[in-house]
Design a protein around this ligand. Structure first.
Ligand code: GLY
Length: 233
């Protein structure tokens, strides 16, 4: 038996060198396949950063009551944790509750995190690996970011693969836009689909509306047979 948790999900990722913890920006994933959170659960159909459910106070509460005790607890058990810790949280009326932990980055959380990261990632990862995050401070752009996942027909069930992805060249050089390849391959000079979540179309903007507009303008230019995506990220 488990407590039923009602609320919106937030993905909260941190870097840990075993004792020092540096949080990343908060992200909201959209797990259901269909608009309005309908249909089957997926690995994630799109993300927004920052999460619209995160105040400074709640951020502090999550660090103090969830993340830091977890890192400390692992250390106390002789399992010093060096890496990325990703807490999947449910923001309930009674406060944030942990749904799951992942010992990795999130997908498609990482697309929006990278789009907003101003700091160089390498020294941070080295600090994590060496157990010396020291006084590393991450810098983030103020512009919100959004990622829309383009998934193959059939996803999250059995997927159709080998479909040609068209429209990508038109997006080359578009400012504040990145199209991350997730399940594609290059065959005979053509980009084809090879899995469920095919592309992560990621954009930043001066405000959330501008980021959303930019991402969906790009989505409109991309096509492959069976392509499915949410229109409400
Ligand atoms: N987006 C969910 C995950 O990476 O587990």
């Amino acid at each position: 038996m488990e407590e039923f948790l009602r609320g919106e999900e937030v993905s909260f990722l941190v870097f840990s060198d075993g004792s020092r913890v540096v949080p990343m920006i908060s992200v909201q994933d959209h797990k259901r396949l269909g608009d309005g959170d309908t249909g089957p659960n997926t690995g994630g159909m799109g993300t927004v950063a920052p999460s619209t459910n995160m105040s400074l106070d709640v951020h502090k509460q999550i660090m103090q009551e969830i993340i830091l005790p977890t890192i400390k607890g692992l250390d106390a058990e002789g399992r010093r944790y060096q890496g990325v810790l990703y807490a999947g949280l449910m923001m309930t009326d009674a406060g944030p509750r942990v749904l799951e932990y992942n010992a990795r980055f999130g997908d498609p959380e990482t697309q929006v995190i990278m789009a907003r990261m101003k700091s160089d990632l390498v020294p941070v990862l080295k600090g994590v690996a060496d157990g010396q995050l020291g006084d590393v401070k991450m810098e983030w752009t103020k512009e919100p970011a959004i990622c829309v996942v383009l998934a193959a027909g059939g996803y999250p069930g059995e997927v159709e693969t080998g479909k040609e992805v068209k429209g990508l060249p038109a997006l080359k050089g578009v400012p504040d836009l990145m199209v991350f390849h997730a399940a594609t391959a290059l065959r005979d000079g053509k980009v084809v689909t090879v899995g469920g979540r095919v592309l992560g179309v990621t954009a930043t903007g001066q405000n959330l509306d501008a980021a959303v507009q930019r991402a969906y303008d790009a989505v409109d230019k991309i096509h492959f047979e069976g392509m499915q995506y949410r229109k409400d990220i």
